[in-house]
Design a protein around this ligand. Sequence first.
Ligand SMILES: C[S@@+](CC[C@H](N)C(=O)[O-])C[C@H]1O[C@@H](n2cnc3c(N)ncnc32)[C@H](O)[C@@H]1O
Length: 249
Amino acid sequence: MSAAPGFLTEREARFLALAAACVPAQGVILEIGSFKGKSTVGLASVAARYRLGKVVAVDPHTAPSSTDPGLGGQASSFDDFRHTLTRAGLTDHVEVHRKFSHELATRWDRPIRLLWIDGDHTYPGAKQDLDLFAPHLAPGGVVALHDVLHNFAGPIRVFVEDVLGSDRYGPAGCCGSIGWAQHRPVDGASARFREARGALARRAARLIPLSERGRDLRGVAKLRYKLQRALVPHGGADPETWAQLTSDV
Ligand SMILES: C[S@@+](CC[C@H](N)C(=O)[O-])C[C@H]1O[C@@H](n2cnc3c(N)ncnc32)[C@H](O)[C@@H]1O
């Protein structure tokens, strides 16, 4: 993963690999937003190692949204994506869909064990991805959204309102800028999960109005964003603790 171009920190990469390996649910790993393949390589190497089937990766590779990374004059990230997979020896472990997530959703009928959302970071885009694919999360499966703590309007609002605010999810947290939660349709409404999700939501919600001001925060607003972000727990996940937390489905 560290050799692949992309936008994950080491802490986030480790968390993603941990989730891919340890989520106690059956189903596929779905990645929305591959760019040049950094997270794809991490997910696919875990899937190959533990025989979890092919990672499904969807991306039109045209960086269509204003919140997407620039392509530096390239028309598409697709060639770099393919090159990353080939160099990692993982081409056979990824089911590639060169299209928008909503196009993939029209025929989607497979249960999902890990839903990794790192596509369109606008609010309508992130909301659409959760709305289209969360209904397919297997019980015990995990949804993880990237950039919830990176001043994009979509991921933080969707994480706070639609994930942390929903009794369909149990354990939840942030690791780096990844916001994650486990799908627990049976016991998500229990007091222990509700209270923990609520406490995280109250802190994270303070970032929403600042994120809606646009990417280029300055001065006092920028300081306030950094301060509020520091108050959201987002340290590394200890593998044993995390696996334990998510295991009693
Ligand atoms: C932040 S990058 C993904 C980074 C990647 N996960 C990594 O580890 O480097 C966002 C990607 O989402 C893709 N994207 C944007 N809107 C999308 C959509 N509606 N469906 C699928 N992918 C989308 C863009 O083309 C871009 O490559």
